[in-house]
Design a protein around this ligand. Structure first.
Ligand SMILES: Cc1ncc(COP(=O)(O)O)c(C=O)c1O
Length: 481
């Protein structure tokens, strides 16, 4: 694509340039067990049309764009009903799970500033299985994370949370479910603990909010997690995941107006128009929210139940395959259609490479805490028809799988040197590291990981979390250099 053409290009050449750029992207062909949330062509087409028709709506000022208010209120109402919210509960459309979570943390922090001025160093009790975006929120908002351990079932330990509760805790968090293992935390117990200490409880249902209620409707046993649980004060849920809407659409629901007002931001101390923003963005398109509302209305409860059933039966099939093979170990029984498994002796990253070679996209994940290196699968409706084929390929890929591989001495030496470079500049106290050379050594070309990437995953898995963070910043930074 031209950087900045002197003369405008034709529509055809522009669109074919974009199509070309997209040609290597993941698609909803049933082979991707991550990233894709697709309810089929009809829904996709409707979403595309609704997205385009709402593209120019600016949510910056809902008085100038009454449609922004109508769309947001419609979507909020649907989500409040799904989460069994009480009278007086409210919601805000956001651009994604990360933003919903950041606003939930901001609401808790600013609510505490107002109602509990004695709290000077706000903390949040966060299970180690909670999504990384809570750490991001903590980092941006000056809230300290107090990590809560999880048991062998990867559900938050209520005893550990209780032991770590203090007067400075402004928020307790639970997932419904956690991304990595697909298990729902003990929300009633965590919420009761929060209420007992006069603090707030956020349930992160970003990935489960539009599946768990429908699985329950389909007769699957689902642990309690929504506003019906006493003590739950806010819930996040993503329309752009299992709502099957385009990216850019999530929801934060809060139990009271006081909490909602606490995540708003207003500013009159400048020379321009007085600002009031409900979210982190200023000017914002309602395209994704409009498309989300369209999809919700199109599928209806019945449509979501049908899709949830299909995803659940594919999940049960694959969980069965994993459980039947002594070479594999399911890390936890999932409550919905995403889960994690590892190998008992074989190299899990080698297994991931073999699945890639057979045309599947899975998510190799590194060890942290009591969660070992594993393969994560997120199933969407597009995976349902190919689950049997994937299961067969998974079994076939186990043949002669080499044992867990150690890092070669050079790689261990490089890691040891880098672990010493804790100031993160990579240039003196450890080994200096040239990002371009690193990419070359790892076989990354044109921004794509090589098909054989087990060696890269082994290195990252062996690195400490702090070094892993540095290396991925370097890696992604190089993609955009
Ligand atoms: C449980 C959970 N919370 C939050 C998020 C963050 O969502 P997003 O990527 O839309 O910002 C995710 C994303 O996978 C998630 O699974």
């Amino acid at each position: 694509m031209n950087a900045f053409p002197q003369h405008g290009l034709s529509k055809d050449s522009i669109l074919s340039g974009l199509a070309d750029a997209r040609s290597r992207d993941l698609t909803a062909d049933g082979r991707a067990f991550a990233f894709i949330y697709d309810a089929g062509q009809e829904t996709r087409e409707l979403a595309r049309e609704a997205f385009a028709s709402c593209m120019s709506i600016n949510g910056l000022d809902p008085t100038a764009y009454p449609s922004a208010r109508a769309i947001e209120r419609g979507l909020v109402k649907a989500c409040l009903a799904l989460m069994n919210a009480p009278e007086g509960a409210l919601g805000t459309c956001t651009s994604g799970g990360t933003e919903s979570v950041m606003l939930a943390v901001k609401a808790a922090r600013d609510f505490a500033r107002k109602t509990r001025p004695e709290v000077t160093a706000p903390k949040m009790l966060l299970p180690v299985t909670a999504h990384a975006c809570f750490h991001k929120a903590a980092h941006y908002l000056g809230v300290e994370v107090v990590s809560v351990e999880v048991g062998d079932d990867f559900r938050a330990s209520v005893a550990d949370a209780r032991g770590k509760m203090s007067r400075d805790v402004i928020l307790v968090v639970g997932s419904a479910p956690s991304y990595a293992h697909g298990v729902v935390d003990p929300i009633p117990e965590l919420a009761a603990l929060a209420a007992e200490h006069g603090t707030l409880m956020h349930v992160d249902a970003c990935v489960g909010g539009l599946v768990l209620p429908f699985l329950r409707e389909a007769g699957v046993e689902v642990p309690p997690f929504d506003f019906q649980v006493p003590g739950v004060t806010s819930v996040s849920m993503d329309l752009h995941k299992y709502g099957f809407a385009p990216k850019g659409s999530s929801m934060l629901l809060v139990k009271s107006r006081a909490l909602r007002d606490a995540h708003y931001f207003a500013c009159a101390t400048w020379t321009g128009y007085t600002v009031v923003n409900s979210t982190t963005l200023g000017s914002k398109s309602l395209a994704a929210a409009g498309a989300a509302l369209a999809v919700v209305q199109h599928l209806g409860r019945e449509g979501y139940v049908t899709l949830a059933r299909a995803m659940w039966s594919a999940t049960q099939h694959l969980v069965g395959v994993v459980e039947a093979r002594p070479e594999l170990r399911l890390l936890a029984k999932p409550h919905m259609n995403l889960f994690a498994f590892t190998t008992t002796e074989g190299d899990v990253f080698e297994l991931a490479d073999r699945l890639t070679a057979r045309g599947w996209h899975v998510q190799p994940t590194y060890g942290f805490g009591n969660s070992p290196a594993h393969i994560h699968l997120t199933l969407d409706p597009s995976n349902a028809p190919s689950a049997a084929r994937f299961g067969a390929d998974l079994e076939a890929s186990l043949a002669d799988l080499p044992n867990r591989m150690e890092l070669p001495p050079e790689a261990l030496g490089m890691l040891a040197a880098l672990e010493g470079d804790q100031d993160g500049d990579g240039d003196g106290d450890g080994a200096g590291l040239d990002p371009a050379m690193l990419m070359g050594a790892l076989g990354v070309t044109d921004g794509m990981l090589p098909n054989q990437s087990a060696h890269i995953h082994r290195i990252l898995n062996a690195a400490s979390p702090a070094l892993r963070e540095k290396l991925v910043v370097l890696f992604v930074g190089e993609l955009f250099a």
